[in-house]
Design a protein around this ligand. Structure first.
Ligand SMILES: [Zn+2]
Length: 342
């Protein structure tokens, strides 16, 4: 009886041992799972670029921003060996400042063509920036091609009415150029040039006449020895050998009568203090993307007959503006090149 008692094992002891073994096994499993999951988090982030907005990760020319975001997401010295095929972010949009927007198909195709993306949505602007038929916006107005005194566009829009808080003195522009201008100004603001204001748009023949003949009277009073013709030529026609000449167009010869152009800047007055400013450079470099051209470039004075104006932008539509940009042509050259003017 005694020996039997010594060799028998309590069922409670067996059950306790089994429970201990199971508990130990469970603890080991939890530990292994925890130790495996910790290093996988940074590598998952690094191999999953879709977790960040596309416009932050795919910018190719904005090197500072893209470099710093790669540095932080790669997790320092952790070596990522998982999912190498997903570690490259998608390469679209192309080089440039990439916008966070899904653009209309034609705008997106244009972004890829020029290698630069818009920073604003063109959803409501594309049809105005790049109209189906832009031929009417290629109107040439200069000393050889003046407008009649009765010419007045019938689709003028008051620029002041298009955004809250604009000064009353803002003038008018034709509908299509005006809508394209709004996109242009919105994009400029995205680049830190939100202080650009329009100082002149459409100007009627009679307003231009009042200005022009007022200037002639002023010059005659300043220069008592001048003939009327001398004052007329001085005010109306630019001569690079005569400082200050050609500052106001002869009525009919002003492009402002077309309703297709604006003067815009961030200075007190419309003058050459704007020329060498970052805003002026940005407008000149980016206007073609919105269908505008710098109408009177410094290197084209002999062709346009007008002194360089850093503030005067003319709408022609994006197709023509981009061609002019690529060809390095002013409007006179471009229309002749296209066989659209004699
Ligand atoms: Zn102007």
């Amino acid at each position: 009886m005694a020996s039997k008692k010594k060799t028998s094992v309590s069922p409670y002891l067996v059950l306790a041992c089994v429970m201990c073994a199971l508990a130990f096994g469970l603890l080991v499993s939890i530990f292994l799972l925890a130790s495996n999951s910790e290093p996988s988090n940074p590598s998952q982030e690094a191999s999953n670029p879709s977790s960040a907005p596309v416009w932050q990760t795919s910018s190719a020319t904005d090197t500072e921003e893209s470099t710093s975001s790669e540095d932080t997401s790669s997790g320092g010295n952790i070596i990522d060996v998982s999912f190498p095929e997903e570690s490259e972010p998608e390469k679209e949009p192309e080089p440039g400042v990439a916008g966070p927007f899904k653009q209309p198909d034609s705008a997106h195709a244009y972004e890829k063509k020029i290698g630069l993306c818009y920073s604003i949505s063109l959803e409501e602007y594309e049809q105005y920036i790049d109209p189906a038929d832009a031929s009417e916006y290629l109107l040439l107005v200069n000393a050889k091609h003046p407008l009649g005194k009765d010419y007045k566009p019938d689709d003028l829009i008051r620029i002041a009415d298009m955004r809250a808080g604009r000064p009353d003195y803002y003038s008018y522009l034709r509908e299509v150029p005006e809508k394209a201008l709004e996109a242009f100004l919105d994009e400029a603001a995205m680049y830190g040039h939100g202080d650009i204001k329009v100082s002149n748009g459409y100007r009627s023949y009679s307003v231009q006449s009042n200005l022009f003949y007022g200037y002639i009277d002023r010059e005659l009073s300043r220069h008592p020895g001048w003939t009327y013709q001398q004052a007329y030529d001085f005010v109306g026609f630019y001569d690079k050998n005569v400082p200050g000449s050609g500052y106001s167009a002869v009525p009919g010869m002003s492009e402002h009568q077309s309703g297709l152009c604006v003067d815009m800047h961030n200075q007190i007055d419309t003058d050459h203090t704007f020329d060498d400013t970052p805003a002026a450079r940005w407008l000149a470099e980016n206007c073609y993307r919105f269908g505008f051209v710098l109408r009177f470039p410094a290197e084209k004075e002999d062709i346009t007959g007008i002194q360089f104006e850093s503030w005067h932008f003319r709408y022609v539509g994006r197709t023509a503006a981009t061609e002019m940009h690529e060809l390095g042509m002013c409007l006179e050259e471009y229309l002749e090149y296209k066989g659209l003017v004699s």
